[in-house]
Design a protein around this ligand. Structure first.
Ligand SMILES: [Zn+2]
Length: 325
């Protein structure tokens, strides 16, 4: 085990990290999977990531939506150096993951995309990720990213504070729909709502681009039912599990139990996402949170590996255990 976290070693001499690696691997081994595919992990330029961590350190003051003004603590579990984070996610057995990154203002996306291209080049198990923003030139740099091998895009409606149906984005959505490149989009109103979050603005995008391959992050929490509805209506709308069903999310925005049958029916378009490393609990908790939904092992196999492998055209298994076809 090459990862040295800041967590304490328990009395039996195994570090907490070692124990967690064992638990994660036990989860997918029991299911007979070759590993996990995690569509929602964050790798980004170091100084951007530090800012994200500083944000979460400060969100002791996030409104948890119950009308009170108490904060929600958001301790980052995996505050490690990049090489340590990569070593750990590989030890977990994540065969393919992403580098979700996103601009909060104009003029930043291209720089992030350059970093992501370089990162993907030196990280073969990372699906080359790009991002976009409503700004002049977006169509050109999105085209360039697709042509240079981007496999997935990330968009963040709340952080970017833009309308996803903004005219400036229209040609980019059209291009991505045509290319069939998945776009992981944070468009639900949790944990914090934005002016353009919720099902309505993104619904206008889908009305114009019904073949756009959107992956709704966090199951669209807290608007779960509305986003399940979009997935039922549009064959290319997928959902990622990021943070959903965990104790943390259930306290803030509980998944409505009567919707479980719809979640079961959409089992071929739900993808494991984790938000690693920016999560306030151990990685394995996301897996256990999915397991305890009680939707069965076939559903878990699809969500935790097979759907992602299909979406990204990953090889079944190979000698190196890695991906990239
Ligand atoms: Zn995220």
């Amino acid at each position: 085990m090459t990862v040295s976290g800041t967590r304490e070693a328990p009395a039996d001499g195994n570090t907490g990290v070692d124990r967690e690696v064992t638990e994660v691997r036990r989860f997918w081994t029991r299911l007979g999977l070759p590993g996990l595919v995690d569509v929602h992990t964050h790798f980004m330029p170091e100084r951007v990531l530090r800012k994200v961590w500083a944000y979460f350190d400060a969100v002791g003051s996030v409104d948890d939506g119950d009308g009170g003004d108490e904060g929600v603590e958001w301790p980052i579990t995996y505050r490690l150096e990049e090489d340590e984070r990569l070593a750990l996610i590989r030890e977990f057995g994540v065969r393919a993951f992403t580098a979700m990154l996103y601009p909060h203002k104009a003029g930043m996306a291209q720089w992030l995309n350059q970093w992501a291209t370089d990162f993907a080049g030196r990280t073969p198990d990372c699906l080359h990720t790009s991002t976009l923003f409503p700004e002049p030139g977006v169509e050109a740099y999105v085209r360039e990213a697709v042509e240079s091998g981007a496999r997935v895009f990330k968009a963040h409606v709340q952080v970017g504070a833009y309308d996803p149906a903004d005219e400036l984005l229209d040609p980019a959505w059209g291009l991505l729909a045509e290319a069939g490149t998945p776009v992981v989009i944070h468009c639900g109103s949790g944990p914090a709502p934005g002016k353009h979050t919720g099902p309505e603005p993104i619904g206008r995008v889908l009305a114009r681009h019904p073949r756009l391959r959107l992956v709704v992050a966090h199951m669209g929490l807290p608007e779960y039912g509305d986003f399940l509805g979009l997935a039922e209506r549009y064959d290319e709308v997928w959902l990622d599990t990021t943070m959903a069903f965990t104790d943390f999310a259930e306290r803030m925005a509980p998944f409505p139990r009567p919707e479980l049958p719809r979640l079961a029916d959409l089992g071929d378009r739900v993808l494991l996402g984790s938000d690693f490393p920016n999560i306030p609990y151990p990685y394995v908790h996301q897996l256990h949170a999915l397991e305890r939904l009680g939707l069965g092992d076939d559903w878990l196999r699809a969500v935790c590996h097979d759907n992602g492998a299909r979406l990204f055209g990953l090889a079944d298994t190979d000698e190196k255990g890695l991906t990239a076809m």
